[in-house]
Design a binder for this molecule. Structure first.
Ligand SMILES: [Zn+2]
Length: 318
């Protein structure tokens, strides 16, 4: 059920909201409603529509005529909704600093606003997030979903989208090679994790994102947030665009996260694999926090504290 009444969710008297809550789609949308009311310079557009028909919001922060555009993406995976909270909190802080003419980490946010357009998709996979948090009843096909979940009613480890495709294996990068590994791992169809779909870009969430990157945008860098591992990936198949390594080192210093090379099934079909191979732009997967997925909502503050400086500083590293 949709509601436009954010009072159910957020304490509006707070300047910075409390994001240490399970972040489902409805809660995110009500947060964005509040941001639109509070911050007239913020633009929220639709990046596309999920399989179940949910609008996938993209927040645009900065001058539309800025010289660089940077893309941040959260929640490719159902049980990684903490990354949505991280991005919403970042937007919340950014807007407060901008509104009040403040600096943070010695960055003048007014200057950043003029020089860099930040496009942020806090939740690429709203269907998967809602299934993970609310179970099969969040889906119009609960019985089919249960079958894909091995007959289990517990969806707390659901990573895929609304038809059991793992979005971060649905990009057109090493897709054929991945299919062989997938089969070898006994993954023959839709399920909670790692099924890549019938063909590359078969899923609306992935299709709309790659079309945006191909045709509409002058995106020069991508940061995609996942949980967990406190690691940063910046290569695919040993490839690494110019400037990537230096930027990756700086991101690592800013967050304290280690630089890593993808191994095995993790190195195929993901957003950064596609963006590095096809667009040749610096693209980073940041595995936020450490523990067992899903990281609990109570881990929001320590995880945000670790990635905060990186989120503010990344655009100016280009
Ligand atoms: Zn992930």
């Amino acid at each position: 059920m949709q509601t436009n009444n954010e009072k159910h969710f957020w304490d509006e008297s707070r300047t910075l909201l409390d994001f240490s809550v399970p972040m489902d789609y409805e809660r995110m949308m009500s947060c964005l409603d509040l941001f639109i009311k509070r911050y007239p310079f913020l633009s929220v557009t639709s990046a596309g529509t999920s399989l179940y028909g949910k609008t996938i919001p993209m927040i645009r922060l900065g001058d539309e005529s800025a010289k660089s555009t940077v893309l941040y993406v959260g929640a490719h995976h159902g049980m990684e909704w903490l990354t949505t909270s991280l991005l919403l909190r970042f937007i919340n802080e950014y807007c407060e600093y901008y509104k009040n003419g403040k600096r943070v980490f010695s960055i003048n946010i007014g200057n950043l606003f003029r020089s860099h357009l930040l496009c942020i998709i806090p939740m690429l996979n709203p269907d998967g997030v809602d299934i993970e948090i609310h179970g099969a009843d969040a889906s119009p096909i609960p019985d089919r979903l249960k079958m894909m979940n091995g007959g289990e009613a517990d969806f707390t480890h659901w990573q895929a989208n609304g038809r059991g495709v793992d979005l971060n294996h649905n990009y057109n990068a090493g897709f054929e090679a991945y299919k062989i590994l997938e089969k070898g791992a006994g993954i023959l169809g839709g399920g909670p994790t790692r099924y890549s779909g019938e063909y590359p870009e078969s899923e609306p969430e992935v299709g709309m994102l790659v079309n945006y990157l191909r045709f509409d945008a002058s995106v020069e860098m991508i940061l995609t947030l996942h949980t967990q591992g406190e690691e940063i990936y910046y290569t695919t198949g040993g490839k690494c665009p110019p400037k990537s390594k230096n930027i990756a080192r700086l991101l690592s210093q800013l967050s304290g996260y280690a630089l890593s090379e993808p191994e095995g099934m993790a190195s195929y079909g993901g957003l950064i694999d596609w963006a590095i191979e096809t667009l040749g732009i610096p693209s980073f997967t940041v595995e936020c926090g450490k523990g067992e997925n899903p990281l609990p909502a109570s881990s929001f503050f320590p995880v945000y504290t670790a990635v905060r400086e990186m989120l503010f500083t990344a655009p100016i590293l280009l």
